[in-house]
Design a binder for this molecule. Structure first.
Ligand code: A4P
Ligand code: MG
Length: 182
């Protein structure tokens, strides 16, 4: 897998080659989540249609929403993509499925092997039966904003700078994990 420094150009600048820039949040709290992240990123970025641009550190985060469950691991990646938002999301669902996520037997905000959320796609604002962009709960969630700010602190989403959004949420209990990939 490619590691691109968080400081690399391209995360905060418009993609020069006409590709869309998208941010994907990764989360999970069942099984070997960090290894699931690597496999999910490999499935998501398995051809030229989706290229990995940046990857945050992994963070151990207190469970949000439903609190009587184990801590989560969370991370965010930036990708450059030729795919439409719906096709990118379909690929994310394929990766979730390949990693054993069973949406039919889980409770909302409950334990899961892996969850891939499409956080933002360029500056697109979209709301249909499958997809809402930017992600509707993005700005409430320190477990998303902290890794997102690591790779795109100055990115403005829905009029709000990511670093400023991060300053508004409670990050207590979140622990940045040492890098575990090559
Ligand atoms: N959907 C609409 N827009 C989007 C989008 N931009 N990205 C629809 C992803 N999905 C989107 O998703 C439910 C539906 O939302 C999908 O069918 C999709 O078409 P889901 O992932 O199955 O829903 P969910 O998990 O029950 O709820 P939600 O609100 O998406 O929450 P999350 O983020 O998935 O919540 N605590 C910590 N610390 N870390 C976590 O990662 N995750 C959750 C799960 C709860 N608590 C957590 C964490
Ligand atoms: Mg989700």
């Amino acid at each position: 897998m490619t590691w691109v420094s968080p400081s690399c150009a391209g995360v905060t600048e418009k993609m020069a080659d006409g590709l869309a820039e998208a941010f994907v949040g990764l989360g999970g709290n069942v099984g070997d989540v960090r290894s699931s992240f690597e496999r999910a990123i490999a499935i998501l970025c398995d051809d030229d249609a989706v290229r990995l641009v940046a990857r945050s550190s992994d963070y151990r985060t207190p469970p949000w929403g439903v609190t009587d469950q184990p801590p989560f691991i969370n991370a965010v990646i930036a990708v450059a993509t030729q795919l439409s938002p719906h096709d990118l999301f379909a690929r994310a669902l394929k990766a979730e499925h390949a990693l054993g996520r069973d949406r039919a037997h889980e409770r909302r905000w409950g334990p899961r092997t892996i969850d891939l959320d499409l956080l933002a796609y360029d500056d697109l604002v979209l709301h249909d039966e499958r997809l809402t962009l930017p992600h509707p709960r993005l700005f409430e969630r320190a477990f998303v904003l902290l890794p997102l700010a690591e790779i795109a602190e100055n990115r403005v989403i829905a009029g709000l700078r990511v670093g400023d959004a991060l300053a508004r949420v409670d990050t207590s209990g979140i622990e940045k994990l040492p890098r575990a990939w090559a």
